[in-house]
Every structure is written in C-alpha cells, then in structure tokens.
Design a protein around this ligand. Structure first.
Ligand SMILES: Cc1ncc(COP(=O)(O)O)c(C=O)c1O
Length: 456
C-alpha cells in the first residue's frame, strides 16, 4: 500500500466524525438536510464515481475550476514530473522562470495591454490585490460593484459583495457602493462623483448567470477612464474559455479593462492559483522602486506546481480548442433550454454564455405555488431551486447547484471538455426533471419536489 492509499484509507474510517468535530459541523448538517449523502471516490473528465461505482455527470466542476476535466493525463504527468524533478520551489531570492513565462503568456492574451501579473492563490486574493493597486493608482478608497456581485470572501472582496446577508455579520468592510447590474446610467452617475478607486464587474455573474449587455464593457471602459476609476473585470469564473472566449470581456470588442483577475480554471483546478493582470503604469504606481518591490506579496505566490498547472492549462486549452468547444456546446444547451422553457412556465429565463448556464425559475409562479402549499409556506422558498437540484442528482445523476436563496437559479458549469453525449445526458435530465416536477398541477409538482428533498 502506498503512503497516499494508507492516508486515505485511515481518513475514510472516521470521515464524518472528523469533519464534524474538527472542520465544519454546520456544513455537514446542511449536506444532510439537503440530501447530499454521496461520497465521490474517482473523477475523470466531466465524470465522477461514487463508492458504489455509480457514475455522475459533474456540472458543478468544483465551482467552475475543472475546465480541462479531472485526471487530465498531460496535466497529471507534468505535475508529477515537476515534483520528481527536484526543481527548487520558493527559493525567494531568484526570478522563477515559469512565473515569468506564465505572466508573459497571459499578457499576450490581453493583446499586451495588461503587461504585469501579480500571482496569488485564490480569486479573493487576486481581487484584494486589484483593490490595493487601484487605491495606490487613484488615491481613492471606495469600490463600486453591482447587485448580486460575488468577488470572494476576504474583507476587501466582501466589501464588493452584493449579498447583505454575507456582509452584515462582519461589520465595517471598507467604503463601497452598489449599482444595478447592466445599468450604464447608474454607472455614469456613480463614476461622475469621482470618489471610486475601482469599479469591479463580472462579465457573467456567478450568482445570477446574467450576462453584461453587448457594448456595456466598452462604455464602462470609456466612463471609467474618463472619471479616473480603475475598471476591474473579474474573470475568476468566466476566464480561460468558459464563456466561449478566453476572457469573457472579449465578447465586447470595445472593452479595455485596466485590470483583470483570474483564478479557478487558470490552473485547470489542480493547484490553487490566482492572478491579477495589470496595466504597466498602474502597476508602477504601487511597485515603483526598490523600496516598494515587495510592498504587496505572499509566501506561496508563483509556486512551481501552480505555474506548471497554469502553463499546462493554457496549452491544453489551445490544443483542445476549449473556448470554441464551450461556445458550441453552450449554444446547443441554451437553444435546447429555450425550447424546454416554452413548455414549462416555471422557467422564467435561460441565462448565461458558453458553459456557464442558468435556469432562472419564475418567482411569481413560485410565490403563488408556495403560498398554497399547506404548512410548507414561505419556509421552503430558499429550497425551491434546491429541490430541482436534488431531482437532477437523484434521478439523473447530474450534479448541479442552486446559486443563492434570493435568485432561484439552477446553474450548470460543466468542465469545458464535456462530450456531446454528456451534453445529451444533461439536456435529457433537464427535460425529464421539469416534466416530472410539472406533470402534476404546478402546486403538486412543487410539493412533490419539496417532499423529495432530503430523502437521499
Ligand atoms: C467571480 C468570482 N470572483 C471571485 C471569487 C473568489 O474566488 P475564491 O473563492 O478562489 O477566493 C469567486 C469565487 O467563486 C468568483 O466566482
């Protein structure tokens, strides 16, 4: 038995009790309540297997990190080789070759406009860095963000969160204001105040799956430049091909972000990695001299495995034409979902771009239906989309998620290596799931879904 097998076997013996005693009992309880009782033991491409060797289609992909799929042989070999090579990691007094190369390749993908890369280990950290650099470049403190925005959980990133329930418990997070997503007039009015260091926005929102309108980012670029605010495009979820282009902002020809943040899929999901891509003059405002060379840094930035994973992800993305694949499959999914939508009035909107797809459930119908379910009433509202999610999992072995309570969006972010037959699997599941839930009169359909919730 290898060391890894021995560790894993030992860990499995007390898996639940260790987690509940020492990690997060509340999360464990939440999983139990929702009915997530599966333990997955193997993954390959877009598939996962549980202990009973049952196969599942993973349309969560670790919150959109596994763009190139799990167990990709080229990635696994490159990481193994890097570890076995004896190449020294984090010497801290050198200029790591692979960091320079990854930074250059990312800069090239911005057309050379964002020349500097500040590496980190998560999306939140990359956002923190962008905020710090924006403060230095503008001499202002405040951040402007959109409703339902999500940019991470660290204090700075949380200050730009569109969900009061997540912000409120943590007190004063730093100056920030919110505008409506996609509202250019609101953006212009806010920027005219000239008090914002940065405006941060997602090309497709992770929490709602709404996309920015064509031309929004071009105009936002112009307005931000005019009013001295840094435009940060948060590509943590949309970057590396998910929307059908390498960067989500590329759908808008006139978009000229001053900074871009990437993470999640940048390492293919194999090693934590984040990066803040910055225009040279803005980078210099912070790192302008020897005395400021390390004014922002972190111990693990630019680690060997992360850099190998980043470079390999770019190569695999190009070799397997993953952006084009995401665009093609995304169009197929969206057009089929629109056909399905016509049959089921509880589907309010089909959202997303490429392989970030959302089904927004109709709130008015939902409210009417829920109000008429005896006892259940408004208490079940937060679990309405979740009821669909459990139907997908239990009946169709498709893993997807419900974004957040207020939005009622069922979301799919499969790996970009999704195969056509797996796309069929997903679409069949959507059709059958809505058919089952809507087969009975609506109220009973929802009651059926809610009733099933949690039974395994
Ligand atoms: C758009 C966006 N930005 C930032 C983050 C934060 O990234 P992390 O969870 O790696 O800190 C996320 C995470 O889901 C995200 O979706």
């Amino acid at each position: 038995m290898t060391d890894f097998q021995r560790l894993l076997q030992g860990a499995r013996e007390d898996q639940v009790s260790n987690f509940e005693t020492h990690v997060n009992p509340a999360f464990s309880e939440l999983l139990r309540t929702l009915g997530h009782r599966h333990s997955f033991v193997r993954g390959e491409g877009a598939l996962l297997w549980d202990e009973q060797e049952q196969c599942y289609l993973d349309c969560v992909a670790g919150y959109a990190v596994h763009a190139i799929g799990r167990s990709h042989p080229r990635m696994v070999n490159a990481l193994r080789e890097a570890l076995e090579s004896g190449h020294p990691n984090w010497v801290q007094f050198d200029r790591p070759a692979l960091s320079g190369l990854l930074a250059r390749r990312l800069s090239e993908r911005t057309g050379g406009e964002l020349q500097h890369a500040v590496f980190s280990n998560s999306g939140s950290e990359a956002v923190e860095c962008a905020f710090k650099l924006a403060r230095r470049a503008t001499g202002r403190d405040a951040v402007l963000h959109c409703d339902h925005a999500y940019h991470g959980m660290t204090l700075g990133a949380l200050s730009a969160n569109g969900n009061e329930r997540l912000r409120q418990p943590f007190g004063d997070l730093g100056p920030s204001e919110q505008i409506a997503f996609n509202d250019l007039h609101a953006l212009e009015r806010a920027l005219e105040s000239r008090k914002f260091a940065a405006f941060i926005v997602e090309p497709v929102q992770g929490k709602t799956c709404r996309s920015l309108a064509d031309g929004y980012l071009a105009e936002a670029s112009r307005l931000a430049t005019k009013h001295g605010t840094i435009l940060i495009v948060d590509e943590v979820q949309t970057g590396v091909g998910r929307t059908g282009k390498f960067f989500g902002y590329e759908h808008d020809r006139g978009a000229r972000p001053h900074m871009v943040v990437l993470s999640k899929a940048l390492s293919g999901g194999y090693v934590p990695l984040g990066v803040t891509l910055v225009r040279r003059d803005l980078w210099r405002a912070t790192f302008h001299s020897i005395s400021n060379a390390l004014i922002h840094s972190s111990t693990f930035q630019g680690g060997l495995l992360a850099m190998v994973a980043g470079l390999m992800t770019l190569e695999i993305h190009d070799a397997e034409q993953l952006s084009a694949r995401a665009e093609r499959l995304g169009e197929r999914i969206a057009s089929t979902l629109r056909v399905i939508q016509k049959k089921y009035p509880c589907i309010g909107e089909v959202r997303g771009k490429g392989l970030i797809c959302g089904i927004a459930l109709t709130p008015t119908l939902l409210e009417r239906a829920l109000a008429s379910i005896p006892i259940v009433g408004s208490a079940v509202e937060p679990v309405f989309a979740q009821a669909f999610v459990m139907e997908f999992l239990k009946k169709h072995r498709v893993l997807c998620l419900a974004t957040e309570r207020a939005t009622n969006v069922i979301k799919f972010t499969p790996p970009l290596v999704l195969e056509e037959s797996q796309c069929d699997w997903l679409l069949r599941a959507v059709e059958e799931c809505f058919h089952t839930i809507s087969r009975a009169p609506t109220v009973h359909g929802i009651a059926h879904a809610v009733h099933n919730l949690g039974d395994g």
